[in-house]
Design a protein around this ligand. Structure first.
Ligand code: BGC
Length: 737
């Protein structure tokens, strides 16, 4: 090394140290402020910081002035700022309020539901959508959102599958981090940043029988392999808070679970943010039968590590305000526990910059808010990327824009409200582009659109069938927009029957009889059982709920302005009896074999899903080839580069998602037959091919051994790449000691 180089290295080293110190100094200055504030707080003021209250009444001003609650809900920026003014100017310690609410997939601009977004496999775009949601919410006075939901869901009966990124922990982790980055921006203290909350900690999605709020009983291995990783990713991305879930987990409710809330979250992951309960999840410890009464529940919540009680309103009350003070006075808990939680809340408020800019700075948003046009562009792009083409026999799609006539049928074809999905409280139905409108805007002036509703989502009357059949008969193609209403998925919306509801299936069969050129556009919050449609109807688009730009995004795909690229992130079962069905299952001792009766399968249904994880078609074809690894043998600490070639062999430009899976062939514990470890969206013109590389780092080859410690073991790793979990090419390498 030359003297010049050495000098450069030394200078770089000093710059690095001083940078580390300055960020440390920033943190330590917050810690000092927190300590000094804490030292001056009364018990009541401290407990106030541990409560979120959402009701507004004539008492609110007085209560916040006394420091009775430190966080409130969404109330519009004017009311919000007037409350903030009371606290900042008239309360004893002037600790600003934080305002926290659910922003699940957009605030004013409603984006696709999270399950849909995950099917885009486009984390950069997901991050952009979350950024816009944050800006809109912050401009309306919010500082903190209860999102992203990062629960892995392997059971589509569970209605909340719609709120997350599907069944895979790797993809779920990437989406979790993207959302956190989007909400929190570059700096949490920026005006346009809001604190993210990864929820519902933890394993809420594993509710027995898919029934919401139900018991979860899974192994610690499954907990660590499947359900914890997205939370860990959110913590690593700097999430300001975590929400403790409703469910009991292996005998211990999540909101009093010291193992998950303190041992894992704080001791293992060094999480410094706030743990907020789910709505009354501390109070419900009484119903779980682990707390004798509400006081006992409060003791358990705080002891396990829940800092803030979310359920503050006049209906539920809350558990922390009335009981924590008494628990300290009676020496049942130490004041140190209270201080610990208050410190976390104050730290978050300092990190949010609330002490420096307690009010909404409208000028900032005037300057920094993207135009509605730009926001709609992102919503539309994310909408079309979220759509999954499930079937396209005979290339029925895309349609020509100058097609002579289209029959547009179905309860969701001209609907607006449902398209917002189950959780968009600020979404305005009138702002939603319907499918009818989207198609009208796309086709030539000569195209005749014969729109007939046909039936409602849950109708029993067939009175609209005849008109719909007539329209189908008279048109070149029929497009049916069918599915679930928005309230059929989401919280407390579990189903035992996953068929398209009501008499819609009957109408579909009639329309198919009338016109075989039938395109089914599905709208739903979960994988549905659509075996008949899949066996008969030529074209099927899964569109979930796409928010404000629904009609435009769907029309873009139907008429080929966007070549579909979405891939399923949750497996579609053939029948409900297959559930839970997911791609990353174990091999079992008797993997299914069609020629051997005594193997793991069903006697009345194939063992395979209808559509697997990672599946999704395009208007073009892609071919994967030349899969290779840069080393056939690696040491225990080495990385491997996997290369593969992907070619567009069809005649339309399009994007393929290259999905990388691995399988550890022999290990000391059973390992999944496939585990996603990488993916890349690749745009290719017709005839074009690209070589892509994935790096498998040592930590990606780790798993929990027999004693639940992370290990890498020698042995063969099968490496697979393809455009679906069930359509891959493979190679292998070996880990050696
Ligand atoms: C839901 C949470 C939500 C909370 C606050 C609860 O019922 O489970 O996801 O954040 O309400 O609205």
């Amino acid at each position: 090394m030359t003297i010049g180089n050495r000098l450069l290295k030394i200078i770089f080293f000093f710059i690095l140290i001083s940078m580390m110190n300055s960020s440390f100094a920033q943190d330590s200055s917050i810690e000092k402020k927190v300590d000094s504030l804490l030292a001056r707080m009364t018990m009541q003021e401290k407990i106030g910081q541990m409560v979120r209250w959402t009701d507004l009444n004539s008492e609110t001003g007085k209560l916040i002035k006394e420091g009775k609650f430190g966080t409130m809900g969404d109330m519009g920026w004017r009311v919000r700022d007037s409350l903030q003014k009371i606290v900042v100017e008239q309360s004893r310690l002037h600790i600003p309020l934080a305002f926290a609410a659910d922003i699940i997939h957009g605030y004013h601009t409603v984006f696709p539901v999270p399950l849909a977004q995950s099917c885009s496999w486009d984390s950069a775009l997901v991050e952009k959508a979350a950024r816009i949601a944050a800006l809109e919410a912050a401009s309306n006075g919010l500082n903190w959102t209860f999102a992203p939901m990062v629960d892995i869901a392997r059971d589509p009966r569970w209605g909340r599958i719609v709120e997350g990124a599907g069944e895979d922990p790797f993809l779920g982790s990437i989406m979790a981090a993207a959302n956190v980055r989007g909400y929190q921006g570059k700096k949490l203290s920026d005006e346009g940043s809001i604190a993210a909350t990864a929820k519902h900690y933890v394993a809420y999605g594993a509710a027995q029988a898919g029934r919401d709020y139900n018991t979860v009983d899974i192994s610690v291995r499954t907990l660590r392999d499947i359900y914890l990783p997205p939370f860990h990713a959110a913590v690593n991305a700097g999430a300001g808070s975590i929400m403790s879930a409703f469910n009991d987990l292996n005998g211990i409710p999540a909101s009093e679970n010291y193992f998950t809330l303190t041992k894992i979250l704080r001791d293992e992951w060094h999480f410094k943010g706030v743990v907020i309960s789910d709505y009354n999840s501390i109070g419900e410890l009484v119903n779980h039968g682990v707390a004798a009464n509400k006081e006992d529940a409060a003791r358990e919540g705080i002891t396990a590590g829940v800092d803030v009680d979310l359920a503050g309103d006049t209906i539920t009350g809350n558990i922390y305000s009335p009981y924590l003070g008494d628990l300290v006075r009676k020496h049942i808990i130490s004041e140190k526990l209270i201080d610990r939680s208050v410190r976390r809340v104050l730290r978050l408020k300092f990190r949010l910059g609330l002490f420096d800019h307690p009010y909404v700075d409208k000028e900032y948003f005037r300057k920094n808010m993207p135009s509605q046009k730009e926001k709609n562009k992102i919503a539309r792009q994310l909408g079309r990327e979220s759509i999954v083409l499930l079937k396209n026999e005979g290339h029925l799609l895309p349609l020509k824009k100058n097609i002579h006539s289209i029959a547009l049928i179905g309860p969701l074809a001209d609907d607006q409200a449902d398209l917002l999905g189950p959780w968009a409280p600020n979404g305005i139905p009138e702002n939603v582009v319907t499918v009818l409108q989207g198609i009208k805007d796309k086709v030539s002036p000569e195209t005749k659109i014969n729109y007939v509703k046909g039936c409602g989502i849950l109708d029993t009357s067939r009175s609209g069938f005849d008109d719909a059949i007539k329209a189908a008969k008279e048109s070149d193609v029929a497009i049916m927009v069918v599915g679930e209403s928005r309230d059929m998925s989401g919280e407390a919306a579990s189903r035992t029957n996953l068929d398209i509801p009501g008499i819609q299936n009957k109408l579909i069969k009639k329309i198919y009889e009338a016109n075989k050129h039938l395109i089914i556009v599905l709208m739903n919050g979960r994988p549905l059982t659509i075996d008949w449609i899949s066996n008969n109807v030529p074209s099927i688009l899964e569109t979930w709920y796409l928010g404000n730009q629904t009609g435009n995004a769907i029309a873009d795909v139907i008429f080929g302005d966007y070549n579909p690229s979405g891939k399923l992130t949750a497996t579609f079962p053939r029948v409900v009896g297959q559930i839970p069905i997911f791609y990353n299952h174990m091999n079992t001792g008797r993997p299914p074999s069609p020629t051997d009766h005594y193997t793991s399968k069903y006697i009345d249904c194939p063992v395979t899903p209808l559509y697997p994880f990672g599946y999704g078609l395009s208007y073009t074809d892609f071919k994967f080839s030349d899969i290779a690894v840069n080393k056939k043998q690696i040491g225990m600490d080495d990385s491997v580069i996997v290369s593969v070639n992907v070619k567009n062999t069809g005649d339309a430009a399009g994007t393929e998602v290259a999905e990388l899976y691995i399988r550890k062939m022999v290990a000391s514990v059973t390992r999944p037959v496939e585990e996603l470890k990488g993916f890349e969206r690749v745009f290719l013109n017709p005839g074009e091919s690209k070589s892509i590389n994935f790096t498998l780092k040592p930590e990606m080859l780790e798993y929990y051994g027999v004693d639940m410690k992370k290990i890498i073991e020698p042995g063969l790793i099968k490496v697979m790449v393809g455009g679906s979990s069930d359509d891959v090419i493979s190679t292998s390498f070996e880990i050696v000691k």
